[in-house]
Design a protein around this ligand. Sequence first.
Ligand code: ATP
Ligand code: MG
Length: 397
Amino acid sequence: MTDKTDMTDKTDMTDIILLKQGEIVLKGLNRREFEDKLVSNVKRRLKPFGEFNIYCMQSTVYIEPQGDCDMDAALEAAKMVFGATSAARAVACEKDKDAIVEATAAYLKPQLETARSFKVESKRADKRFPMGSIELSQYVGGTIQDRFPHLMPDMHMPQLLINIEIRENAAYVHGPAEPGAGGLPIDTGGHMVALLSGGIDSPVAVYMMARRGVRIIPIHFFSHPYTSQMAKQKVLTLAKILSGYCGRLTVEIVPFTEIQEEVSRHCPQEYSTIITRRFMMLIAEKIAAYNACTAIVTGDNLGQVASQTAQALAVVEECVELPVFRPLIGFDKKEIVDRARIIGTYETSILPYEDCCTVFTPRRPRTKPRLADVVKAEASLDVKALVDGAISGIERV
Ligand code: ATP
Ligand code: MG
């Protein structure tokens, strides 16, 4: 049996992270492809925190530090990777029932001291291990209870769930796992462009589509000098926060001043927002074509503002062929705000810099525009020249 001081040292040295796969386990023949993406995404995300051996086995991603690693930061980063439902730090120990008890007692000591009830669950991937999983759980549970007599076994609602896994190279012990980001690994759902304003909604929309495995190319329409450099910086800050989930993001910043001025000069005010939105769609579709994107994502939400009635949304998307995805369409504002807080974009989104649309907002926008009227209203504009002009001025950051 290992002496306790030794064990503490050993636990410090052999702490690893286990990530449990989510929906990937439901995949059929292409499951390997999803797992490989998940592993390579985890590898890329953990690079700044040290050298790790990362691999996938039986629906779990193993993250093993090789030498000195920042395990706290690695766990936080791993929890943000789409494709995993939970993350837990675990300790490795010898594949021996008493070594497992010692590891459990040392590694989970604070939890064992404070919990009132517990349960041990064992999984035995290495079938050569001499005890069955139920037998092992009973042995570890009984011995732990002798040492922490206040603990009551509870098979249904334990306060502390102790997990034991017997694997090829070692046994692992861990407490309750923390929630992972869920969804599917980035790059398994193709590419899409997303209209990213500096508001609360569109960053959440980007997050939600990325969570379905989509690689996002954010587009921001920038109306200098009506909107300031600070407003642009805010969008870049949002993109930076989102890249913690979405992987590297290159924002396409489209100069939009000329289009907005032309629309406000030549088109009836009641249609100016709708026409401006149609320009955004046309430009987004061009950028999508250059980047092999299959859809356009926006942060629209039914009924929130005049340009987000069903009729207005239909007129806006009429000018493009690509599908337009609006993941927030049925959310309440409060639900969007809650999500923005969780993903960490809210505080940046509420910074008070103006958006190009607010600067040119008409006093009486049409809430039920008719397509024919809108087409007529924009007839005096040289749409193609304006779109090409904006595209040629794109800055990529
Ligand atoms: P958000 O909080 O995302 O700005 P919102 O409720 O303020 O949304 P609008 O300003 O009407 O709604 O914009 C609707 C959608 O149009 C946004 O969610 C975004 O996808 C897109 N959009 C608006 N302005 C811009 C912009 N300047 N650059 C890029 N996309 C934009
Ligand atoms: Mg907005």
